[in-house]
Design a binder for this molecule. Structure first.
Ligand code: HEC
Length: 154
């Protein structure tokens, strides 16, 4: 074998070997009675946008594409979903205190307006989550209006 054959063989063996490292993709749960979508504070296009662009990382209903089971991508996906759910989990919206809901809406407002969310690396693989300015504005306006509505309850 030529030297480059060994190099390719080594790369293939490394890729195969890292598949053996256990990875904990956060579990999927479809029965979420406290989900934001059932809360009555969001509907129509904004509900669709959140589901399309945010729910894979910020809900219990993550849809894992095939490559999210292949290391090293699986390690990155597992971390983004784990940390994403810790930050904001729309599936458990009803469990948040009103103060926390207001803080999350405020964070949604700024993160979506400044295009920090959805995470840019996610958008490279999910064209449907590549929000245009009008779509961002719809989410931002919704977050602002909903903060006003919830703040009145406070
Ligand atoms: C690829 C996974 C992923 C997607 C898709 C995603 N997020 Fe996130 N989100 C994260 C992670 C990871 C964090 C925590 C790290 C960070 O803030 O960058 C986070 C943090 C947040 C925070 C808290 C930020 C703060 O300032 O405390 C908000 C709010 C948020 N995301 C909203 C959204 C919204 C709204 C969408 C859809 C428009 C979205 N995210 C899409 C992974 C994601």
């Amino acid at each position: 074998m030529k030297a480059w054959h060994y190099i390719i063989l080594a790369i293939v063996l490394i890729i195969l070997a890292i598949q053996l490292v256990p990875v904990d993709l956060p579990p999927v749960e479809h029965d979420n009675p406290g989900d934001l979508l059932g809360s009555g504070i969001v509907d129509g296009e904004v509900a669709d946008l959140l589901q399309t662009a945010c729910y894979n990382c910020h809900s219990n209903t993550t849809q894992y594409p095939w490559y999210s089971h292949v290391a090293p991508v699986s390690w990155l996906v597992a971390k983004d979903v784990r940390v994403g759910r810790e930050e904001v989990n729309f599936s458990t919206w009803a469990d948040y205190e009103l103060m926390d809901q207001l803080a999350i809406l405020d964070d949604i407002y700024s993160n979506v307006e400044e295009a920090h969310m959805p995470l840019p690396i996610y958008v490279t693989m999910h064209a449907e989550a590549d929000l245009d300015n009008a779509q961002r504005q719809k989410i931002v306006d919704w977050a602002e209006a909903t903060m006003d509505i919830l703040a009145e309850e406070y």
